[in-house]
Structure formats: structure tokens, C-alpha cells
Design a binder for this molecule. Structure first.
Ligand code: ATP
Ligand code: LTN
Length: 334
């Protein structure tokens, strides 16, 4: 708890252009939770280097992502929006937690297996211990809830196990975090293959809508989305492409699938796809306008970066000092 509020932590990697999936599955939920909780939203740049990065490009993407958090509606005065690499406590706690994590546990992580297969030439130790750094991110702030997509649940389960193990040895040091999975948009699928999730690293540009796509591109991608030959607008598993478009439409217009099916009863796919495209444009356009305005305000962004790193650092140090004392590191002499 910080004051009267429970603590929320989440983060995203700056490793590519964000998609509508990232927005509807993560960012949009972050905004809706931001009043209720004391929030820490990090740009997890230390996680990014587990895959080889170009330094100037990583720096630019990290700043773009931080700006996008604000453009999506997170108020930087109320939410702690900061770079992970600016708070050294993440790395310090990660080292300690490494010593409380078993290799057997890390061997089971499916994201490691996927990424190791995709980057066979660079299976580094950081990629392997990535989940421990993620556990440190979360536990450093005594986090109560962590909003993530389904794909991160395994990492969160590991975080809870590490925290419980530590607490059972040293007493109640860490708060045990709970996952938060949003109701809508939990899993937006690829427009070209509805059995795969929409992902920023998809090599087919028509599969994903990017947050910075212009209106014509958005409409074109929606029109080309893979559907079926049933010809009936219905929300069912046998029509996964259409179901995904209905999910997108609902998430963008705050409607339910039932309302949507009713609204388009008896109308064709072409008309519906057009409506989906327009609904997406309706969400992206104001976001893009805010993004352009904010990215020109260097002073504001710089101030957010500086002040929020200090705020995060303050809370991080509180937990870190406690942990260092528990494990037996000598006290500092002042
Ligand atoms: P990559 O393609 O590089 O693996 P990604 O697009 O899957 O990236 P991440 O950076 O792993 O995105 O995830 C950022 C956040 O967005 C996570 O909380 C994740 O669960 C969520 N997310 C990513 N893709 C989707 C999607 N298609 N639908 C809903 N949520 C998503
Ligand atoms: N692993 C996450 C990003 C991430 C994160 C976190 C999410 C790093 N640290 C802490 C929630 C809490 C991803 O790849 N999406």
C-alpha cells in the first residue's frame, strides 16, 4: 500500500512499433486502472537487451514508448512513468532473487524456449534469467496487482513462488502480487491468421494494425482481414476471423458482442469491416494527435523522466534496504 491505495506495476519492452493488440490488451486497461491504484508503469529497457539491439534505435524507441504511455491517457503527475534502467534497484534486487530461483523453474519458461528458438545465435544468460528481472520489477514496489496479457501469466506465477519462498525464510518481506487480465481485448488475433495473436514482430505487415498507421492503412488492413464464406455476422468459434473483428469493434466502441451482432444483422462483411476500420481510426486518431504534440514538448517529457525516476527510486530503495538487511549484507556506515 502507498497511502490509501494498492500498488500496481506493469511494463512493456521498447522492441518495435506497438500494435492495436498492445493497446487494447494492455495500455487501455492500464489507463482504466490508473485512478484506483498507485501505479508504476515502466519502459523495461533492461529487458530489451536480452535480444541484440542497435543502441541509438533502442534509445529512440524507449523515449517513443514512454511518450506513448502518456498519449494513451496515463497522467504522468499521478502515475509513475519511468525507464527501468534509471532505477538501479531493479538490477540489485534481481541479483538477490537469482539466488532464490532454481534452474529447474527457469527451464520450464515457455517464453525462454520460444525466444531461444528464434534467436539461436544469441542464447545469453540474460534471456534465461529474464523472468527473475521481471520478478524484481514487481516485488521492488510491493506490488498488489500486475495487469498483463495471458502470455505473461507463467512469469507472474514464478514471481509469486519466489516471493513466497523468500518470505517463508525471512518473514513478510514481499507483498504477493496478483495478475489482472482485462475483460475485453485480452487477446487480439492476427488479421491474416486468426489462430495467432497480433504481434509487433509479425513479418506480414497486413497482420497487425500499428498504433501509428494512418486512416487509409487501417481501413485497408481491416478490409483485407481474413474471414470466412458463411456470410453471416455471428460471434462464434467457427468464425474466428469475424469473431476477432467483433472483439476489436467492441473494444473500440465499448459495445458487447451481442449488441454488435444485432447492429449488423443482415448486413454484409464488407460493410462491417468498414465499420471496424472506422472504429479503430476513431480510437487511433486522437491518440496519434496527442502523441505528436507530446513528442514536440521536450521539456515536459524530460521532466517526467527525471522526476518519476526519483519517485520510483525512493520506493525501490525502501524495499531493497529491507531485503539487503534480511539476507545479511553489512549495514552502511553513515
Ligand atoms: P513481440 O511480438 O515482440 O513478442 P508483443 O506484441 O507480443 O511483442 P509484448 O511487448 O510482449 O508484445 O507485450 C506487451 C503487452 O501487450 C503485454 O502485456 C502483452 O500481454 C500485451 N499484448 C501483446 N500482444 C497482444 C495481443 N495480441 N492481444 C492482447 N494483448 C497483447
Ligand atoms: N515481460 C513483459 C514485460 C515486463 C513486465 C514486467 C510486465 C517486464 N517486466 C513487470 C509486467 C510486470 C512482456 O514481455 N510483455
Amino acid at each position: 500500500m502507498i497511502g490509501e491505495k494498492k500498488v500496481l506495476f506493469s511494463g512493456m519492452q521498447a522492441t518495435g512499433s506497438l500494435t492495436l493488440g498492445n493497446y487494447l490488451g494492455a495500455l487501455k486497461n492500464w489507463v482504466s486502472l490508473s485512478e484506483e491504484y498507485e501505479c508504476f508503469y515502466s519502459v523495461v529497457d533492461m529487458h530489451s537487451i536480452t535480444i541484440r539491439q542497435d543502441a541509438p534505435q533502442l534509445r529512440k524507441r524507449a523515449r517513443d514508448l514512454l511518450t506513448l504511455y502518456i498519449a494513451a491517457g496515463l497522467d504522468p503527475e499521478k502515475n509513475c512513468i519511468y525507464y527501468q534502467s534509471h532505477v538501479s534497484g531493479h538490477a540489485e534486487l534481481a541479483w538477490i532473487l537469482n539466488c532464490f530461483t532454481y534452474m529447474g523453474e527457469l527451464n520450464r519458461m515457455t517464453q525462454f524456449k520460444d525466444k531461444a528458438a528464434r534467436h539461436a545465435d544469441n542464447i545469453n544468460a540474460g534471456l534465461y534469467t529474464y523472468p527473475v528481472l521481471m520478478a524484481a520489477d514487481i516485488l521492488l514496489y510491493q506490488t498488489d496487482v500486475v495487469p498483463v496479457g495471458n502470455d505473461q501469466l507463467q512469469h507472474l506465477e514464478l514471481t509469486r513462488d519466489i516471493a513466497q519462498r523468500f518470505n517463508s525464510i525471512y518473514g513478510e518481506v514481499f507483498t504477493i502480487p496478483e495478475p489482472y487480465i482485462g475483460r475485453v481485448g485480452a487477446r487480439i488475433m492476427s488479421l491474416q491468421n486468426p489462430s495467432k495473436k497480433m504481434s509487433k514482430s509479425d513479418e506480414n505487415p497486413n497482420a497487425s494494425i500499428y498504433l501509428m498507421d494512418d486512416p487509409d492503412t487501417v481501413i485497408r488492413k481491416c478490409k483485407r482481414a481474413v474471414t470466412d464464406s458463411e456470410g453471416v455476422i455471428a460471434y462464434r468459434e467457427e468464425q474466428p476471423g469475424l469473431r476477432n473483428l467483433i472483439d476489436i469493434y467492441c473494444a473500440c466502441t465499448d459495445r458487447t458482442p451481442e449488441e454488435t451482432v444485432k447492429e449488423f444483422d443482415g448486413r454484409g462483411y464488407g460493410e462491417f469491416k468498414m465499420a471496424v476500420g472506422e472504429a479503430v481510426v476513431g480510437v487511433l486518431k486522437p491518440l496519434q494527435e496527442r502523441y505528436v504534440r507530446l513528442s514536440q514538448d521536450k521539456e515536459l517529457i524530460d521532466r517526467v523522466i527525471k522526476e518519476n525516476a526519483e519517485k520510483a527510486g525512493y520506493y525501490a530503495q525502501k524495499t531493497l534496504r529491507k531485503v539487503q538487511k534480511k539476507v545479511g549484507f553489512p549495514e552502511r556506515i553513515r
